[in-house]
Write a protein that binds this ligand. Structure first.
Ligand code: PHE
Length: 344
């Protein structure tokens, strides 16, 4: 039995050493698994009590129990100590948080390409004495069509697929030409107005079409206004937008119900000298729909066509912005894609 007591002593020493050498909670857990579980050396030693005589039990029982109690106590207090150390280390890390390690990137905001182009256009026209005006996107049939010389059942209504509202005679404006009417209703000539805003068409979206897009509208009404004024104005603003003096224009007859004569103005491609994908190898880029204001439009706004004449023009600001910045998909222009937007 001497050896049993020696065994207990050796085991006690082993457990004490193991616990004192455990420096982390993980290491301590290994000690627990080795010495304090049901299959451990200590448990095997304790199990021997069962086969002992009552005298032996009296002698070894208290010793073994004390050994176990001491081992458990040592284990528990070491565990607390390690937990505390770990917690303190964690807290210290927080306390000495290296603020320089966190380097927030400054994200600069930027203007949307539309904003850049609108600003440029407005500046050119303001410099020529125009007033910048605005109007509702939800408008009525009269302003969008009838006053613009497009009565009901006129075939020209089919030129622009309309988003009608479930309100009588209400629609999303198909063109910013509504501003021609609204301006003349509010102000007597001479007048010169410019408007940039959204227009809506009931059509499917693809790389070059969207149901909503931006248009620019210009109107000048005064005495003795001719095509020459229109061409000079168009040339001036295109030169400013594309930052070049080399603007060559070509005009073609066209039809818009609210102008007579109606024209389309093309600009010689400034991106190539002998054909490219932008001008579709034609060397000409269609830019503006325009003409001299139709007498019926003037009359609808109580302006006397025998005294006043005017020109009006309209162009796709969306298309111009895409041309200006080489954007090849309208959906990018209308998306919140930051990688795209922060380039501007
Ligand atoms: N409103 C026309 C369109 O949307 C463009 C235009 C405006 C044409 C003014 C002539 C005069 O197509």
């Amino acid at each position: 039995m001497e050896s049993l007591s020696e065994k207990a002593q050796v085991l006690q020493k082993k457990i004490q050493d193991a616990i004192s050498h455990a420096h982390t909670l993980e290491e301590l857990e290994q000690v627990r698994l080795a010495y304090l579980t049901r299959q451990s050396e200590l448990a095997l030693l304790m199990a021997q009590l069962k086969t002992m005589t009552p005298e032996q039990k009296k002698e070894f029982g208290p010793r073994f129990n004390a050994l176990r109690a001491q081992a458990e106590e040592l284990y528990e207090s070491k565990k607390k100590q390690l937990q505390q150390t770990q917690y303190q280390a964690h807290e210290r890390k927080k306390e000495f948080f290296d603020v320089t390690a966190y380097q927030p990137r400054l994200r600069h905001g930027s203007l949307h390409p539309y904003t850049h182009v609108i600003e440029q256009i407005e500046n050119v026209f303001i410099s020529m004495g125009y007033c910048v005006v605005d109007g509702p996107e939800l408008d009525d049939e009269y302003t969008n069509f009838e006053a613009l010389n497009v009565p009901a059942h006129h075939p020209a209504r089919d030129m622009q697929d309309t988003l009608w509202l479930e309100l009588p005679k209400k629609l999303m404006r198909t063109q910013t030409s509504t501003l021609q009417i609204r301006s003349m209703q509010q102000q007597k000539p001479p007048l010169a107005i410019l408007a940039c805003g959204r227009a809506y068409r009931y059509e499917a979206t693809d790389a070059t079409h969207d149901y909503v897009f931006m248009q620019t509208e210009g109107l000048l009404v005064d005495k003795n206004i001719s095509m020459a004024n229109l061409l000079a104005t168009t040339k001036t603003f295109l030169a400013a937008i594309f930052d070049t003096k080399r603007i060559e224009l070509r005009i073609r007859p066209s039809y818009f119900p609210f102008v007579e004569p109606g024209v389309e103005i093309d600009m010689q491609c400034i991106f190539c000298s002998n054909g490219c994908s932008v001008c579709k190898q034609s060397r000409w880029i269609e830019i503006v729909g325009a003409g001299l204001v139709h007498p019926n439009v003037l009359k609808a706004c109580n302006v006397d066509p025998s005294v006043y004449t005017g020109f009006a023009f309209g162009f796709g600001l969306t298309r111009l912005t895409m041309l200006r910045y080489g954007i090849n998909d309208i959906r990018l222009l209308h998306s919140p894609d930051l990688d795209f937007l922060k380039q501007f």
